[in-house]
Ligand binder design. Sequence first.
Ligand SMILES: [Zn+2]
Length: 441
Amino acid sequence: MASLTAYKPRYIDIGINLADPIFRGRYHGKPRHPDDLKGVVSRAIEVGCTKLLVTGSSFKSSRDALKLAEEFPGTIFTTAGIHPCSSSIFSPSHHRHHDESQSEDEPEHTPACDPDPTKPIPDGDGVDNARSAVIISDLKELITTAPKNSLIAFGEFGLDYDRLHYCSKEVQLHSFTTQLELAASLSPQLPLFLHSRAAHEDFVRLLKDAFGPKLERLEKGGVVHSFTGTIEEAKELMDLGLYIGINGCSFKTLENCEVVREIDLSKMMLETDGPWCEVRPSHEGWKYLVQFEDARRKQEEEAAKIEAEKKATEELERQEQEKIEAERRAQDELEKKAAQLELGGEEKVEEGGEKKRQRQPKKPKQQQPQGKKNQKKESEVPDRFKVVKKEKWEEGAMVKGRNEPCTIERIARIVVGIKGVSVEEVCEAAWANTQKVFGPL
Ligand SMILES: [Zn+2]
């Protein structure tokens, strides 16, 4: 286990969907509790997650994210792009204008990271080219007119073949290609915030088409976030100079964790992808949180033991000093009396009397740290903040099932356990990588 030093971790959550209405207390269009976005941000800052890259995944969420950046300057930064799951706006069967597709009556929710291949939309519908031209021109307008200190990345965009029920493969490929062309045409370019799920081959091919076989024309680099692919895929992305974003979805299985072990710290960024992708006890990665807590408790116990021993030693020294003082006083007294009296017998009595009061004190009992058995009764992985159901919402508490950026410390701790390195190494590497690509933040 890596040492738990006095290092104070610092984090940048590179993928957090704070524009989702769930962070305003709205769940699937219905208000369930007060807007607690400020609490979410302050909990993040409390754990050291002082910079948040809020994902824009559609026109609406990209614009909402920009408003958040205004509300939290220096803390919230944003991306703008069209997520594969929001890409049906390119399709002719999508009747509304893209700007109307997410009205206030139908608050947009960021698609969850779990696959739901229930009703895949088949290819064949084609792409509405006139609509596509308007969308790309509007996206360019949005990106080029947004404040440069707020909007710091192009995305999220990419491919998601696990979720063809939101958008067909054909339309996703078009959406990705045209956005890549736009990204490559910008001057200066923006770093890319990319999404790739079960689509690696097409994903890499289209990236190379836009930026060259070694992505040599990709000026600012990019991150493939929420990575759940294979070791070979991760290596190919790293060889292309891309960074890899790790969140709770990256620790679901043993295979996932093996992949994380192979990702170089020099290529890793951390994210929560809240409100989704929380680490759950059923995930393989959870055991590393348990290990981390065990190590932390052991260290606390050892620190308490050392403290108790130090106190005991100090107490002994104090008593020793007292004894010496008392003996000195007794000696003075005797000398005084000897000078006054000629009788030697009294001396004996006096000496005996003093001796009685100077008995060697008992070594104080050391305070034993609480036994491990007692501590094990506590939750194995305690929550840092209180967690309540949304129906029982209270100020200052997290909402069960709604992942938020303060949980990023769990992502770092699991990486620490998997890779056998220190918290400091993980946090500082991810911080530096993020600053290099998206910064200075
Ligand atoms: Zn994503």
